[in-house]
Design a protein around this ligand. Structure first.
Ligand SMILES: Nc1nc2c(ncn2[C@@H]2O[C@H](COP(=O)(O)OP(=O)(O)OP(=O)(O)O)[C@@H](O)[C@H]2O)c(=O)[nH]1
Ligand SMILES: [Mg+2]
Length: 303
């Protein structure tokens, strides 16, 4: 992602949720080589300013969305297979983001993952799961399962878990913003993992070897803490993260890729203390660690 790492990362948004997040993440400075927006809905595509846009389903959807029909979503992507393969050519890592409750996202994302994988990239898919009140849970789970079979790893981003951290009176835009905030944070954390300018760098070849053909679920969280006792506080913040189901995902995981970031005063002892806490919590996990110094963190420490 960083030019120094020579890593070619391409990010793809599928359907309305995917496009919105693509725009946000590109604006936030996610260092991808390219951003690709895929939708049959021409209005949504026009709104998406930053990405390279590909209009899907021109004949069968005629500029409309897929009205929740996952079969239509899959067909639209299949029909544009060669165009999409061309855009993804040369990528080492393809990151796909889509809402699993939609026809375009839920139906189309697995086909995009298949195309990206055939092109030789490591494929990480971010699956945004619907709010309970939408009533799409069952179809979304089918889409996630399909995606897991083709992507090297799928990261579930349940909108509902975010709502549980907000008060009952939270407005609709507040809930959406909180959900998007977590997806953005996670993506920005992912971008740090691939940077080559750290004190200790995560080796992409190592990540690739661990993840290629895994076809399982991963979690992706980013947290930041400040104050005294930062290493302990950092682990506690991770355990409380809404995507980690009160820490059970961390306790039972088999592999951990961690990018630790702090100001120039972050001591080796603090790094050591954090790693000790982490290993005690995720006892079975193999750990790949990166350490970055970033003075923009102020007195904070993040992972
Ligand atoms: N976090 C977040 N989730 C969203 C957003 N927009 C939609 N979603 C979720 O994504 C799911 C899919 O919605 P869309 O992205 O609109 O659907 P689509 O993929 O365009 O599919 P069609 O409408 O059938 O063409 C919804 O069920 C929501 O749960 C968003 O802006 N942020
Ligand atoms: Mg749509």
């Amino acid at each position: 992602m960083n030019p120094e790492s020579n890593l070619c990362v391409k990010m793809v948004g599928v359907g309305c949720a995917g496009l919105r997040l693509l725009d946000r993440v590109a604006a936030a400075g996610f260092p991808a080589s390219s951003f690709l927006a895929l939708d049959s809905d021409c209005e949504q595509l026009q709104r998406c300013q930053i990405a390279e846009r590909v209009q899907l389903g021109e004949t069968n959807r005629r500029g409309w969305g897929c009205s929740g029909d996952e079969g239509e979503g899959a067909n639209c992507v299949r029909a544009a297979r060669d165009r999409i393969a061309g855009k993804l050519m040369g990528a080492d890592l393809v990151v796909i983001v889509a809402g699993m409750g939609g026809g375009m996202g839920g139906g189309g994302a697995p086909v995009v993952a298949e195309i990206a994988s055939e092109g030789g990239a490591l494929v990480v898919a971010l699956a945004i799961e619907p709010f309970d009140l939408e009533g799409h849970n069952e179809t979304a789970q089918i889409a996630v399962n399909r995606l897991t079979q083709v992507a090297d790893t799928v990261v579930r981003m349940p909108n509902q878990n975010v709502m549980e951290t907000l008060g009952k009176g939270a407005s609709v835009p507040e809930c959406m913003e909180a959900a998007n905030g977590h997806v953005l944070e996670a993506l920005m954390g992912l971008s740090r993992l691939a940077r080559a300018d750290g004190e200790l760098n995560v080796d992409f070849a190592h990540v690739r070897r661990l993840m290629t053909g895994y076809h399982g679920e991963s979690s992706l969280v980013t947290v930041e803490v400040a104050g005294d006792a930062r290493p302990r506080a950092l682990l506690e913040a991770i355990l409380k993260h809404p995507y980690l189901n009160t820490g059970s995902e961390l306790r039972n995981c088999e592999g951990l890729i961690v990018s630790l970031v702090g100001d120039e005063y972050m001591s080796m002892e603090e790094v050591n203390e954090f790693v000790t806490h982490l290993k005690a919590t995720a006892a079975r996990a193999k750990l790949i660690l990166g350490v970055h110094v970033d003075n923009a963190m102020g007195k904070g420490m993040g992972a």
